[in-house]
Design a protein around this ligand. Structure first.
Ligand SMILES: [Zn+2]
Length: 111
């Protein structure tokens, strides 16, 4: 399915034809440009990568909950140490992913 990019706001849409007007910025149909195969592939790959990042965030949030429960449980110092490291890892990695996703959005060039 062809991909169309709004030249005004960068929104990328999939469809046999461009929309009558951009659902994001209201630009007319003429502002939509058909992406080349190469450009379309970048968009598809970028979307996949974003999806994988979001999946990882979901898992890390789960790990965060587990780690916090373990810290609360407070069985003994070695256990608390492991849970604390898990918590730090999860928090740091979530931050990194969110920062990277924000860069993707700002660049806006791959939809
Ligand atoms: Zn637009």
């Amino acid at each position: 399915m062809p991909l169309w990019k709004c030249q005004v706001c960068g929104l990328v849409l999939e469809g046999p034809e461009p929309p009558d007007k951009c659902p994001r910025c209201g630009a007319p149909k003429e502002q939509f440009k058909l992406l080349s195969d190469q450009e379309a592939q970048l968009v598809t790959r970028s979307r996949k990568s974003n999806y994988l990042h979001m999946k990882a965030v979901t898992l890390l949030q789960e790990l965060l909950k587990i780690a916090e429960e373990g810290i609360q449980d407070n069985l003994d110092p070695p256990c608390v140490k492991i849970f604390t490291e898990e918590k730090e890892f999860a928090l740091l990695t979530i931050q990194k992913i969110m920062a990277e996703l924000e860069v993707h959005m700002k660049k806006g060039k791959w939809g």
